[in-house]
Design a protein around this ligand. Sequence first.
Ligand code: FE
Length: 347
Amino acid sequence: MLKKTVFAATVTLLACASASAQEQVLNLYSARHYSTDEALYANFTKATGIKINRVDADDAGILARLKAEGAASPADVILLVDAARLWKGEIEGLFQPVKSKALEDAIPAQLRAKPASDGGTPWFGFSTRARVIVYDKIKVKKEDVDTYEELADPKNKGKLCIRSGSHPYNLSLFGAVTEHLGPVKAEAWLKGMVDNMARAPKGGDTDQIKGVASGECAIGVTNTYYLARMMRSDKPEDKAVVDRVGVVFPNQASWGTHVNVAGGAVARYAKNPANAVKFLEYLATPEAQNYFANGNNEWPVASGVKVANPALQAMTGGSFKSETIPISAVGMNQVKVQQMLDRVGFK
Ligand code: FE
C-alpha cells in the first residue's frame, strides 16, 4: 500500500516535469489595453519559448480577481496602468517581492516600490504617462489653462469636459492635487470643476479630446498617449482634431505636471515564478521598452533607453517638469478623494 502511494507520487512528479519541459507557460493578468503590446508578447515567446496566457481586465477587476482567487490563483504576472492601483496591490499583499539585479539596475528607484522586509521589490514601473490639459485653440487662451487649479476657475465656466472622477487616472490626479493643496482646497477645487463642466462626465480620454475639437467642450483632460496616438494617425478626422486642439503640461511654474506609472508585479501565488521574473526582466530591456512605451506613446523608464517618439517630442518640446510626490501618498489619498467626489457631485 505504502509502496503504491510512493509510486503514484513519483509518476505524478514525472508527469509534471515532462509537462513543464514540453510547455513553459506564463499566466498574465493585464490591464493594458494597447494593441502594440501584442508584438511584445510574441517576441517574448519567440525568445524564451514561454507561452503567454493572457487575461484582460481593468485594474480594479484584476485586483478583485486576485483577492477572490487567493492561493488558487493561476496568475503569474500582473500588469496595471495606474500607480495607485499598483500601490494598493502591494499593501493588500497580492504581489510577491522580486529580487532581480537586472530590474534594480534598469528601473529608477522612484519608479518602483520601496523594498519589502525581505529586500525584494513588490512592483516595478515600466512606462510613464502625463495627465495634461487640452484646449480649443480658437476659444481658449493657453495662459487660462496652464495650471490644474484653473480647471476650477470661474473664468472657465461651462467649458470643461473630463471622464468620470472615479476612473483611476482621475483618482490619481486628484490624489496628487490633494497632496499639493491639502484636502480643504482640493475639495473646493473638485467642486469648481463640477461647476465648470460643459457636460456630465462620460467616455474615455479620447472622447474629451474629440469633444474639444467638435466645439462641445473648450477644455479637456487626457493622458498624453491618447493625444499622441491622434498626432501620429494618418486619418483625416484625427488630423482635423489635432489641428484644432492645443496641449498644455500644467503647473510648470509650480509643482509640475502629474505623471502616472504603468507597471508590473509577480503574483503572490505565482505557479511559474521564474518565468514571471524572466518576463519582468524582459520588459526592462531596450527592445521591450520600445514596444511597451514608444509603441503606446508612453515614456520608457529603463536607464539608457532613449525617447524616440516624434509626437511626445513635439508635445513637450523635449522635456517638462513632472511632480515628485511619493506614489504611496497618491494611493493613500484615494479613499478621501472618492468621498470628496461624492460630496461635490462629481460623477
Ligand atoms: Fe488608458
